[in-house]
Design a protein. Sequence first.
Lengths: 114, 115
Amino acid sequence: AQTVTQSQPEMSVQEAETVTLSCTYDTSESDYYLFWYKQPPSRQMILVIRQEAYKQQNATENRFSVNFQKAAKSFSLKISDSQLGDAAMYFCAYERDSNYQLIWGAGTKLIIKP
Amino acid sequence: EPEVTQTPSHQVTQMGQEVILRCVPISNHLYFYWYRQILGQKVEFLVSFYNNEISEKSEIFDDQFSVERPDGSNFTLKIRSTKLEDSAMYFCAISAAKGTGTEAFFGQGTRLTVV
């Protein structure tokens, strides 16, 4: 069975600095998708970034980028120029190709210090 | 504007009672999901729904739970005879396709408290 592990329950960073959130996963599949979702105090899960496992190039979305290491089954999220609005819970999630469900990590609470 | 709205935002119910959680998709996405998050634990998949039938369900989704889309728009999760351990945040999600890395849009959740 697939599992997703986020080993950092909480991280803090100074505003405008860079922070990296870790995620590892376990799967025997070769085709799958990985996601980072953000959950602000409003509670709604918001997609931050996604990565297709068959793509070697790391996904980027403005200040957000990932370091995808398929062999190591690692999928970290880097947030550059951190802003106060980035404060939230961040969840790493896995989706098997042609499968309906997301499998989630436990989440990392990100605190931004002004 | 959110793609999905959920009602109610918070529900308190007595143990043994039935609750219905509602999800209203704003757009015409075809795939529907329910997830739950017990306080301090991981988000867990419950069920997916497509073309008016369940596509996939987890072991959590037993006979106590049911889903339907009675009027073609609202998507509901019914929990019969609630138990204390059903207390959790319940999230509805929708997507345009299954798998393939398609973005799922989530509602803001319903916090269910069973007392």
